[in-house]
Design a protein around this ligand. Structure first.
Ligand SMILES: [Zn+2]
Length: 244
């Protein structure tokens, strides 16, 4: 599932090709699940940005296209064999590819956007981000990190990676994180997210994880085998030696 870094990469790509452009045509092959009015045509896209796992395309009439990539969503600039939506502008055309169809594109007002994004926690790549909300819950820190209402944008991959870097066991109750652990976790989280964003569109083939999806393989720090456990219904990868 695309998490903050993948969404940021996708967002930057859209921004560099579609920001400032005028919508010429909207095609919706998947019109059973995606519903957009025809009066988008002629509107200019004034701004494209991200918050958590959402991409926001702001229009010149103050409405916004609010995009969530779901499990498998992505935007391509060349037409893929199958896509759910295409957004043709006087510049580029963006194609929304999403084989599992859990992603979503909807048109919202500024007020609706505020309501939806207002339910989310802070975004780790915005200034002033801190982990204080995390310490309000007794749930395992790995599960708390993935709660979008506490922190926006982190999922399974980067929660595992940040905890490994910070040397914190994924089952540790978030409320019991010490101040030094909180500081380490915050800087580790920002580090793994920024490093992932830096891969750009090549992220899927270039990124090498520390623990995620590496069960049984040697820890990159101590060479002990990485373990996997299920926490909150998701796989947590960790090194039992480095993360006690
Ligand atoms: Zn280790």
């Amino acid at each position: 599932m695309p998490e903050l870094p993948e969404v940021e990469i996708c967002c930057r790509q859209l921004a560099s090709h579609l920001a400032g452009k005028t919508i010429r045509r909207v095609t919706i092959p998947d019109n059973k699940k995606i519903h957009l009015p025809s009066n988008l045509v002629g509107r200019r896209i004034t701004k494209i940005y991200r918050f958590g796992k959402f991409i926001i395309l702001q229009l010149d009439d103050d409405r916004r296209l609010l995009i969530h990539l779901g499990m498998t969503g992505w935007f391509e600039l060349d037409p893929p064999a199958k896509y759910r939506l295409s957004l043709e502008t006087d510049g580029a055309t963006a194609y929304f590819e999403d084989p599992r169809r859990f992603g979503n594109v909807r048109l919202v007002s500024a007020g609706q956007q505020e309501k939806i994004l207002g339910q989310l926690g802070t975004d780790p790549l915005t200034p002033g981000f801190d982990l204080t909300p995390l310490r309000k819950t007794k749930r395992p820190v790995k599960v708390a990190l993935q709660d979008q209402r506490l922190i926006a944008g982190v999922g399974n991959i980067y929660a595992s990676e940040a905890l490994w870097r910070a040397r914190i066991h994924p089952t540790k109750p978030a409320s019991r994180l010490r101040h030094d652990e909180c500081r380490r976790l915050k800087s580790s989280l920002i580090h793994v997210l920024r490093r992932a964003v830096a891969f750009g569109p090549k992220i899927f083939e270039s990124q090498r994880f520390a623990v995620y999806d590496r069960k049984g393989q040697p820890c990159r720090r101590c060479r002990n085998p990485v373990q996997r456990m299920v926490l909150g219904g998701r796989g947590a990868y960790f090194c039992p030696h480095c993360q006690r």
